[in-house]
Write a protein that binds this ligand. Structure first.
Ligand SMILES: Cc1cc2nc3c(=O)[nH]c(=O)nc-3n(C[C@H](O)[C@H](O)[C@H](O)COP(=O)(O)O)c2cc1C
Length: 496
């Protein structure tokens, strides 16, 4: 059994409670607002192409239907454009801000992306390590390897510049960095699938990853702006052997000064080590009906700021839940769903059990008065009733949880995962939830609906509603789906 005491301690102190939110500054310190874009000003830049042809979205989920793209700069460009690239520029009054393909808590985008490439025409005759500069859709060549370190595919490292989230969210921000990393991973997996490439997480020791990507070179970053290694991702079928690099280029400065959040650095340090490899879910998502092109879905995905209170059909509801199975890397998560307005499904509190083997333990752990009435395909009604007010209250009073067609909490196996995998297991659970969130956003968009991830929720109030005691299960992310009210005062511009 692994020591996970740091995870339990951090988890508890960063819970939002009705009369005490997790410690944060409590106001927006605009003078220290971080730059949302990391750059390496000393590094050579390669501008990337803007290919707009993408396959139909539904074919991403029809096994083997999409041809394999060649391993070239144009394909890599498509991978990055449709995963972590800018989706739009928004303008209102005197302000402009960028939105990206991947959702991010507070639009603060802590996730950074480094690519290890084989020799590519237009880049180098040698293997390279580059940073993806999303603002300009460009690669910054951070290092050129002397030896042939990779062939047959790419490696991507996702890291977090955690200061961006700390700036607004204080101690709870580490959770958001991890959820965001999960979103970024699912975005990359979606774009890789579009290109006919395999995409998976490489089992690695994250402390070692920091060294192999030069994130441990303290002189490269302001101490508060250094990056934490999250996930190593394999794209296509790379054979690789990464050496430790020499001193690498310095990163840009994100803020003129900083606030110190020790709890975040402490949990991050404790989470370094062997990244867990949970047994993947043995379930494949169904191929949905044809809708839009993949590119349109990815670029049009937006978080709803307000919902109009209309209903969705049962088919749409079930299809959106089914989309969670695209990421078989997320096996430890079930959903507790507030059904507000789904045609054909009575309003109430439901459990969506993604792994049927978990049903008996879930039933045992929750309120013994729940009905557990089977409602088809993993869905069980726990209680009928109007949960709109409860959903709003539990989501830090956000009306999107009330005016949606349905909203839900992602309930994770907690004690068991932490016992098996320690603090890295805690980190991985957030990644699992983030992956699911990104896929559900895309599915909702493909159906002409909208969604919003909800990181602000009252942790233990939700657990109490379910009758949970102790920490066998904990909800780590909430989510809401419905029809957005679009703010027409905000103009949308092309990002590139
Ligand atoms: C982990 C996470 C937590 C979020 N929490 C909230 C939330 O509590 N309330 C909210 O209105 N939006 C929330 N969002 C949505 C973000 O604010 C949104 O993704 C961001 O502003 C970027 O906009 P976009 O999703 O349209 O690209 C969250 C998103 C993520 C990924």
């Amino acid at each position: 059994m692994k020591n996970a005491s740091a995870a339990y301690e951090y988890h508890d102190r960063t819970k939002h409670r009705p009369h005490r939110y997790a410690p944060s500054l409590g106001y927006m310190d605009w003078a220290t607002q971080p730059d949302p874009f990391r750059t390496y000003p000393e590094c050579a830049r390669i501008g990337l192409a803007h290919d707009n042809t993408t396959p139909p979205f539904h074919l991403l989920f029809a096994a083997g239907m999409l041809p394999r793209a060649p391993l070239c700069l144009e394909s890599l460009s498509g991978l990055l454009r449709y995963s972590l690239g800018l989706a739009a520029i928004k303008r209102h009054g005197g302000s402009e801000w960028a939105l990206r393909c991947n959702a991010s808590s507070g639009n603060l985008h802590p996730s950074e992306c480094y690519v290890v490439s084989p020799p590519l025409e237009g880049v180098s005759e040698k293997c390279t390590l580059s940073h993806y500069a999303s603002r300009d859709h460009a690669l910054e060549i951070v290092h050129t390897y002397d030896a042939p370190v990779i062939e047959g595919g790419f490696l991507i490292l996702l890291s977090s510049a955690m200061w961006r989230e700390m700036w607004k969210y204080g101690e709870r921000s580490w959770r958001y960095c991890q959820l965001d990393a999960g979103h970024a991973y699912a975005s990359i997996k979606t774009a890789a699938t579009m290109l006919g490439w395999e995409c998976s997480i490489v089992p690695s020791d994250t402390a070692d990853l920091a060294r192999r990507f030069g994130l441990d070179q303290l002189e490269r970053f302001h101490p508060q702006e250094r990056e934490s290694p999250d996930l190593l991702i394999r794209i296509a079928q790379p054979r690789h052997s990464l050496p430790y690099p020499p001193p690498l280029a310095r990163a840009n400065r994100l803020s003129p000064s900083h606030h110190q959040w020790d709890a975040v650095w402490e949990i991050d340090e404790a989470a370094l080590g062997p990244y867990p490899q949970p047994e993947p879910l043995n379930r494949v998502r169904r191929c949905p009906a044809p809708s839009k092109s993949a590119g349109e879905v990815i670029l049009k995905r937006r978080s709803a700021q307000a919902m109009d209170g209309s209903s969705v059909t049962e088919t749409q509801f079930r299809q959106i839940l089914d989309a969670s199975f695209f990421c078989t890397e997320a096996p430890d998560v079930d959903f507790i769903v507030f059904v507000h307005r789904v045609e054909g499904i009575e309003s109430g509190l439901y459990a969506y059990v993604r792994d049927p083997g978990r049903l008996p333990q879930l039933r045992d752990a929750m309120d013994p008065d729940f009905d557990w009435l089977e409602a088809g395909e993993g869905l069980y009604r726990l209680n009928r009733g109007d949960y709109r007010g409860a959903a709003q209250y539990l989501s830090c009073n956000q009306t999107i949880a009330r005016d949606a067609a349905f909203s839900f909490g992602m309930l994770c196996r907690f004690d068991a995962v932490l016992a098996e995998s320690g603090v890295p297991g805690y980190k991985n659970l957030y990644h699992q939830c983030g992956m699911i969130g990104q896929m559900l956003y895309l599915e909702a968009t493909s159906l002409g609906l909208s969604a919003t991830g909800i990181g602000c929720f009252l942790d233990d109030e939700f657990h109490t509603l379910l009758g949970l005691s102790g920490t066998p299960y904990q909800s780590l992310y909430h989510f809401t789906v419905g029809r957005a009210i679009v703010d027409t005062r905000i103009a949308t511009l092309m990002p590139y």
